[in-house]
Design a protein around this ligand. Structure first.
Ligand code: NAP
Length: 403
């Protein structure tokens, strides 16, 4: 059987690695659609290589250019609705779009009862209750691509599920963090860090937004909310019924253990591999089977194991990296608070990358926006869209004041 794959965000770090995984997998998959934001040249090159049925460019201004670069056998569209349509058609959609812009693809895929290989954490974080509803569509399946959540997903599969109605045997989740490029620095030292320093991640090569989020530990905070959404739901309903208070963040600078699950009998189960996103991407594509192409396998016989053979663990510095606790706070406020924090963070990170604000301003803006949260609930997509808009207006006002 050939699995038909849609890749949303094909020109990014996740998208290009997905194409690599599929090229190495050979038989068994067919890429039926590619979509991207505005990188027309790369999108054309990718399409000429894999020959999908459909190509979508988000930015309508580039549609004619993309069409001119491709044979007429490949249909070319533009805009978000066309991307969502692609996600409705394929057996599996890899959502590698960055930011809140990935929400329509997440919802379209799940509402069509398809499998979603989700890298775009922002859609789940900002629209948790709406995505949970879509996730209950018959046939819909959400397999995480984020390495920490893929690790937990793998660990949970190794644990015998409790008998129907029985209590979960999972007592805590441990999400690991590399600590980013600024691990060990004090808040005072962090006041003057540059964009180039923040982009120099020690263990992962990723797109700019998630790399900055890793430097502030906002990425880890967002991942806590993501884990709460993915696994906090009741046992038997794809989750283990845990709450936010059952999720630990552990700094593990070698990025070898990608996350852990602690059971009620005291055992902790972990997933280990070298830092390589092609492993969780391949996992989500092959699920519930396992891929035959190894990525990130550890050579346990190497004399140079993990540099000096040591895996280390420490607690995060919550004073130097306040974004971590802001995410916990947003998750506890619930409703549209995570959407507010996510929107504010997207604007603040973009402003930092453009050199308009300092690194410590990111947390400052996020905190100020979250303090202004109006207590709104996220019952519908309209609630989430309105919350995202409102938070962006607030963050923009603060950015203008800072300048
Ligand atoms: N990279 C990783 O290793 C990694 C690991 C875990 C999770 N993730 C998550 O995966 C997602 C993607 O991250 P990334 O690092 O791959 O980002 P990236 O390299 O910046 O790529 C982002 C992709 O999204 C597309 N895009 C941007 N804005 C869009 C819009 N408005 N509409 C449609 N497409 C749009 C981009 O298209 P153009 O470039 O053509 O504009 C690009 O294809 C993020 O949510 C991130 O948190 C990434």
């Amino acid at each position: 059987m050939t699995i038909e794959v849609a890749i949303a965000g094909s020109t990014g770090s996740i998208g290009t690695q997905t194409l690599e995984v599929l090229a190495r997998a050979g038989e068994g998959y067919r890429v039926v659609s590619l979509s991207a934001g505005r990188s027309a040249d790369l999108l054309i090159r990718q399409a000429l290589e894999v020959r999908p049925d459909v190509v979508v460019i988000g930015d309508t201004a580039h549609e004619a250019e993309v069409r001119a670069g491709l044979p007429s056998s490949i249909r070319v569209y533009s805009g978000t609705d066309a991307m969502a349509d692609c996600a409705r058609q394929a057996d599996v959609t890899v959502n590698g779009i960055v930011g809140f812009a990935g929400l329509p693809v997440t919802l379209a895929c799940l509402e069509a009862g398809r499998r979603l290989a989700l890298a775009n954490k922002e859609s789940l974080i900002a629209a948790g209750p709406v995505v949970q509803r879509a996730r209950r569509t018959p046939g819909a399946e959400l397999v995480p691509v984020d390495s920490e959540h893929a690790a937990i997903h793998m660990c949970l599969r190794g644990i015998d599920a409790p008998a129907d109605g029985g209590p979960s045997r999972v007592s805590r989740l441990q999400i690991t963090a590399s600590g980013g490029p600024f691990r060990g620095r004090t808040i005072e030292q962090l006041a003057s860090v540059s964009v180039a320093e923040a982009l120099a991640h020690p263990t992962w090569s990723m797109g700019p937004k998630i790399t900055i989020d890793s430097s502030t530990l906002m990425n880890k905070g967002l991942e806590v909310i993501e884990a709460n959404e993915l696994f906090g739901i009741p046992a038997g309903d794809a989750g283990v019924g845990l709450s936010l208070d059952d999720i630990d963040v552990v700094v593990h600078p070698q990025s070898i253990i990608h996350s852990m699950v602690t059971l009620t009998d005291g055992a902790t189960i972990a997933q280990l591999s070298t830092p390589d996103m092609r492993l969780p991407i391949g996992y989500a594509l092959a699920y519930p089977d396992r891929s035959n192409t190894p990525f990130g396998a550890i050579d346990w016989t190497s004399p140079d194991l993990f540099g000096n053979g040591t895996l280390t663990f420490e607690l995060p510095d919550r004073r130097a990296f306040p974004c971590l606790d802001l995410a916990f706070a947003a998750a506890r406020l619930a409703g549209t608070a995570p959407a507010w924090l996510n929107a504010s963070n997207e604007l603040a990170v973009a402003a930092f990358l453009q050199g308009r604000i300092g690194w410590t301003d990111i947390a400052r803006i996020n905190q100020s926006v979250l303090e202004r949260h109006d207590g709104g609930t996220a019952e519908s997509l309209d609630d989430v869209l309105a919350a995202d808009h409102e938070a962006r207006v607030r963050a923009d006002e603060l950015l203008k004041q800072l300048r």
